[in-house]
Design a protein around this ligand. Structure first.
Ligand code: PLP
Length: 353
């Protein structure tokens, strides 16, 4: 289907003048408009951009009871040339439809996802902050709306896109605990999908870690709690003896991060060796004891590159001087330069609005 112009109902009075964009907390404030579309009788219809507002769902809606819901997280920027650009949204569309398939939800067509996002941002572009490390966070999501309490895939859905101006997220170096009791994802489960339940299930273990003084957990595999998987809601990268190592995706328990993929490409271009493989806690601790464990950082859309200053395995504490994290810093800079238009976008990652 071609890309139709999406009908717009504009807001009567923009909320923008009452906000100072640069100091807004991540995830708490939204722009003037949102996109909404309905899936009924096997097709997407009623696509509209309208003022951001609460909407009604039937209390029996499947999403409220059985968690049939998926989402994405993407960022747009105002680059140094004053252009509005989105970072690799095509990859998020692919992942969104992978998540949809796993959750037995309909695929969202490219025009709806991409054109919807572009037309919404074009309308609310005054909300994109220009300070360094600030961005416009884009949240596409889909919910199951059948008012029916039987456990079966819904026949009706809503697809929506929200936008929120965003400052740096998790910017301070983090203290992390290796999690060996709770699990984020299991082989055969839904860890590779961005469905809501994955995140709801992670809250309790993270809260327990916070009570012990940590910021987040390093998830380990469900079977043995032996291999590392992700850190909080980010992919994780280790630098051991000059080599970058990140957990592989083959068990289906690690989310295929867009930042992870971009990092692997950029780090290899910079000449670093990058391995995607199983990495055990034992190997990490042994490397630390030999003085070979140099860096550990999370990578993801929200935080981009988030350095870790302490990693705890039970009573064994591994401390890191984040000032000396050469590779994490180089990666952060490289991603920043591409997004801001400072460096040539040779991979054509930035989509102009
Ligand atoms: C569980 C999880 N892992 C990793 C990531 C990082 O993925 P991306 O780089 O695409 O944001 C995210 C965030 O989307 C996530 O929710």
């Amino acid at each position: 289907m071609s890309s139709p112009k999406i009908p717009i109902t504009p807001i009567a009075q923009s909320k923008l003048p009452s906000f100072k964009l640069e100091t807004l907390q991540f995830g708490k404030h939204f722009t003037d408009h949102m996109l909404m579309a309905d899936y009924e009788n096997g097709e997407w219809k009623n696509v509209v951009i309208k003022p951001y507002a609460p909407f009604e769902v039937d209390p029996a809606s499947a999403v409220l009871h059985y968690g049939q819901t998926i989402f994405e997280g993407i960022k747009a920027f105002k680059n140094n040339k004053g252009e509005f650009v989105i970072f690799r949204p095509d990859q998020n569309l692919i992942r969104f439809n992978v998540s949809a398939s796993r959750m037995e939800m309909p695929a969202v067509p490219e025009w709806l996802f991409m054109e919807g996002m572009k037309q919404l941002i074009a309308l609310d572009k005054g909300w994109v902050p220009s300070l360094p490390d600030h961005s416009l966070y884009i949240r596409p999501f889909m919910i199951a709306t059948d008012p029916f309490l039987g456990v079966r895939p819904s026949a009706t859905y809503k697809f929506m896109i929200l936008l929120g101006p965003s400052g740096p997220y998790f910017a301070a170096p983090m203290k992390i605990m290796i999690e060996e009791k709770y699990t984020r994802a299991t082989p055969g489960g839904v860890g590779y999908a961005k469905n809501g339940g994955n995140y709801g299930g992670s809250l309790h273990p993270v809260e327990l870690a916070k009570q012990k003084g940590f910021d987040q957990v390093l998830w380990t595999d469900a079977n043995e709690h032996k291999y590392v998987e992700e850190v909080g809601v980010m992919n994780v990268m280790f630098v051991i003896d000059g080599k970058v190592i990140t957990p592989s995706l083959e068990r289906g328990t690690v989310l295929k991060g867009v930042t992870r993929d971009s990092a692997i490409i950029l780090l290899r271009e910079m000449g670093y060796e990058v391995e995607e493989r199983n990495l055990s806690v034992d190997e990490i601790v042994a490397a630390h004891k030999k003085g070979l464990f140099q860096e550990i950082f999370g990578v993801g859309t929200a935080a981009v590159v988030s350095m870790i200053k302490q990693l705890a395995h039970g009573d064994y504490i591994m401390d890191f001087d984040t000032e000396k994290m050469v590779i994490a810093k180089a990666l952060k800079q490289a991603l920043h330069d591409i997004r801001m238009g400072v460096k040539e976008d040779v991979h054509h990652w930035m989509v102009k609005i």
